[in-house]
Design a protein around this ligand. Structure first.
Ligand code: FES
Length: 320
């Protein structure tokens, strides 16, 4: 993994709900942390012995570089990541990556519609901080199971730009794409983050309402069902343009796995097609895209995720 780890110390820890813990991190020597833009996430080395790395969005105000704030949901089917984060206490040390961002605020939009499902509120909260500080026009729609399951109620409840939608509330306060998002408007962008099913619903409903794909920005915490449902099929050869090396990618292997096994210093992080860290350019051949982050424009420009995508042609040449 091409990470330069930063050491941090947990200086704040509070249970925001029964299942969400909020952690504040600072640098050990009190210096400012690296700059980030709203929507960014960091890799967290949850367990260095097991090499367990997870991605969490930064949800504090980007203008405050004295600390990073993370909010972590205890996953029911956690393989150690979220539960390891919940075990952290004030004074504990935590290694994180520098912030990365593929979910920034669109500079083409004048109006911003933020749609959060559950813990997906985290990157959108940072966006709301930034948009608020810019005096920009925005709305944050925060969908949660119940009031008790909603983090950051104290800071959001009195913001007139925030609308809560609780699953256990009356029907007339549930998220309605027709009423809350409405028909497409020029210079308006939609940002969606949350569980896969929630995101699929919001994105497909917005598209059905006529919103163009390119103004719907999304950040997933797990691969989309459609991406995850792909099965690896057939082998192909990856040719590296810079080194001239050739590697056979067999059924069941990823391009990234094969490159790393071959000693190639290929970039990567999540290995699930959701962070964008492994993107390289295709120079020849026909890619079979299976990621959930590249836009149609980026794919047309030759971008390719080595951790999740494959080839339809016998040879795929990469700019590596
Ligand atoms: S490593 Fe994250 S998208 Fe490939």
């Amino acid at each position: 993994m091409s990470n330069e780890w930063l050491d941090t110390i947990v200086v704040g820890r509070r249970d925001a709900t029964a299942r969400i813990v909020v952690l504040d991190l600072v640098s050990p020597d009190g210096t400012e942390l690296p700059e980030f833009a709203a929507g960014a996430h960091v890799d967290v080395l949850v367990d260095s012995t097991a090499g367990l790395v997870r991605q969490y969005s930064l949800c504090g105000p980007p203008q405050d570089r004295t600390r990073y704030r993370l909010a972590v949901l205890a996953e029911v089917a956690s393989r150690g990541g979220s539960l390891g984060m919940h075990r952290l206490r004030e004074g504990d040390r935590l290694r994180i990556s520098r912030p990365r961002n593929r979910f920034g605020i669109s500079d083409r939009a004048r109006r911003h519609l933020l749609v959060a499902g559950g813990i997906g509120v985290t990157p959108l909260l940072a966006m709301a901080h930034t948009l608020e500080s810019r005096g920009a026009e925005y709305e944050l729609h925060y969908c949660a199971r119940s009031r008790e399951d909603s983090a950051f109620l104290d800071e959001l409840e009195h913001n007139p730009r925030v609308r809560f939608h609780f699953d256990d509330g009356p029907d007339d306060q549930r998220l309605s794409i027709a009423a809350d998002i409405g028909p497409p408007e020029s210079e308006t962008a939609i940002y969606v983050c949350g569980p896969g099913g929630f995101m699929d619903f919001v994105i497909s409903s917005a598209r059905d309402a006529g919103w163009p794909t390119e103004v719907i920005h999304k950040e997933r915490f797990a691969p989309a069902e459609s991406a995850a449902a792909h099965t690896a099929d057939g082998s192909f050869t990856v040719r590296l343009a810079k080194s001239g090396g050739e590697y056979e990618v067999k059924e069941g292997e990823s391009v990234l796995d094969v490159l790393l096994a071959g000693g190639v210093d290929a970039p990567y992080s999540c290995q699930q097609g959701i962070c964008g860290e492994c993107i390289v350019r295709v120079l020849a051949g026909e890619p079979d895209h299976r990621d959930d982050i590249l836009t149609d424009r980026e794919r047309a420009d030759g971008m390719f995720t080595t951790c999740s995508s494959r080839a339809r042609s016998p040879i795929l040449e990469l700019d590596l």
